[in-house]
Write a protein that binds this ligand. Structure first.
Ligand SMILES: *[C@@H]1O[C@H](CO)[C@@H](O)[C@H](O)[C@H]1NC(C)=O
Ligand SMILES: *[C@@H]1O[C@H](CO)[C@@H](O)[C@H](O)[C@H]1NC(C)=O
Ligand SMILES: *[C@@H]1O[C@H](CO)[C@@H](O)[C@H](O)[C@H]1NC(C)=O
Ligand SMILES: *[C@@H]1O[C@H](CO)[C@@H](O)[C@H](O)[C@H]1NC(C)=O
Ligand SMILES: *[C@@H]1O[C@H](CO)[C@@H](O)[C@H](O)[C@H]1NC(C)=O
Length: 358
């Protein structure tokens, strides 16, 4: 009897125990697999969208003697971030070999997060004959990127005489800030009534009060193709060719004069040109937030007319990939202090302070 009771109690206890166990944990393993597979999927989703947004595509034209400038631009973009960068370079015959040889010597950890597509400077196949007579190849490739990069959605075009002083992602993110109508983002030319070139000399229409500079162009190529960008380029060129001075930049200005709603204008520190500091400081954003891209046009990085800008470029050019970034800023500062006092030196040293803090 005692034995039987014990057996019954045991069985009941076991039953209750199993019941509780099932209630408590029965669903759990199922839920666990469900949620872990969800987490797994989330992870996949996140990483794939991450890769998409973090992959930056930079295009440039490297012709003539400008290989060192091109390499310095690429280096600056790479050391300022840890994102993957796709470079598409349109190069002439002499340039491609030197570029290729130099880049192959770059460290593996850098090569791992970049790709390089070198293409000969050329015209889009469909219209070669028409465009050959109208445009010089190296100067006009940037106008024809929508069809030269048919398979590409968006690209950041930079002139070869530019240096990144911030992560390229910073400027790239403006693609997402463009509204439905805007296809291209550009920075302003010199904003000064008495000294601006366009308001004083241009005999053709241009964008806004002071025009825009075409050295750093964020392009949504998909939208540009839809707009029929290249047809406008050819038509504008036909109509205004006798009045155009700065060829590609004037063409872009004329197009956006007639279609201002299609242009997104970012502040002057996204394409910091020498005239923003050569006489007096004309770009407040630079002093407050720093310079995102420094653009040494008129050979400012090579000639000696603006030594402060050259000092920034030269320090970047001499920087090795393995070196510490703070070291680069220290070198910039030292090289800058060796230059004579100037308006550009003052601005550059204020932006270095910002860089050294971060
Ligand atoms: C090429 O570079 C050299 C040295 O930097 C310079 O003397 C020469 O004028 C340059 N040529 C052109 C076409 O820019
Ligand atoms: C480079 O240019 C030279 C002469 O201009 C030409 O003979 C040669 O075929 C070109 N090379 C390539 C790879 O295009
Ligand atoms: C770059 O160099 C590599 C190895 O020397 C070679 O295989 C490749 O074809 C070169 N690419 C260009 C575009 O010259
Ligand atoms: C460019 O524009 C197309 C068409 O509006 C859009 O689908 C695409 O997402 C845009 N690209 C970026 C990077 O914003
Ligand atoms: C986009 O912004 C521009 C400039 O502010 C404006 O003219 C245009 O109407 C806007 N487009 C849309 C669809 O909101």
């Amino acid at each position: 009897m005692a034995r039987q009771t014990r057996l019954v109690l045991w069985t009941a206890a076991l039953g209750i125990f199993l019941f509780i166990l099932l209630r408590l944990f029965g669903q759990q393993p199922h839920q666990a697999t469900l949620s872990s597979s969800l987490v797994f999927q989330n992870k996949e989703d996140v990483s794939s969208t991450d890769e998409k947004t973090q992959e930056i595509h930079i295009a440039a034209i490297v012709c003539g003697n400008r290989t060192t400038l091109g390499l310095t631009m690429m280096k600056s973009a790479l050391i300022m971030c840890s994102d993957f960068i796709r470079f598409t370079l349109f190069v002439d015959n002499e340039t491609s070999g030197v570029l290729n040889e130099t880049i192959q010597l770059w460290p593996d950890n850098i090569l791992k997060r970049m790709s390089l597509d070198m293409r000969p400077v050329s015209y889009p196949e469909d219209n070669t004959d028409e465009w050959k007579t109208l445009f010089k190849p190296c100067a006009s490739v940037k106008l024809f990127l929508p069809s030269l990069l048919k398979e590409v959605d968006s690209v950041l075009y930079v002139d070869v005489d530019t240096v990144f002083l911030s992560p390229p992602l910073h400027i790239w993110q403006h693609l997402g800030k463009m509204n439905h109508t805007q296809l291209v983002a550009l920075g302003p030319e010199m904003q000064d009534h008495t000294k601006g070139w366009y308001n004083k000399y241009a005999s053709h229409p241009y964008y806004g009060k002071f025009a825009i500079n075409s050295g750093v162009i964020l392009m949504n190529l998909t939208k540009m193709r839809k707009f029929g960008w290249e047809k406008y380029v050819v038509r504008v060129n036909e109509q205004y060719k006798n009045r155009i001075v700065w060829r590609d930049q004037d063409i872009i200005n004329i197009i956006f004069h007639f279609h201002p709603e299609k242009l997104y204008v970012y502040p002057c520190n996204y394409n910091y040109i020498p005239v923003h500091c050569s006489i007096t400081s004309l770009c407040q954003e630079a002093e407050q937030q720093g310079i995102y891209i420094l653009h040494g046009y008129y050979n400012a990085f090579i000639n000696d007319h603006l030594p402060a800008l050259k000092a920034i470029y030269t320090s970047m050019q001499q920087h090795s990939f393995g070196d510490n970034l703070q070291m680069l800023f220290v070198n910039m500062k030292e090289n800058l202090m060796k230059t004579p006092t100037s308006s550009c030196r003052k601005v550059m040293s204020s932006i270095l302070k910002l860089l050294m803090v971060t």
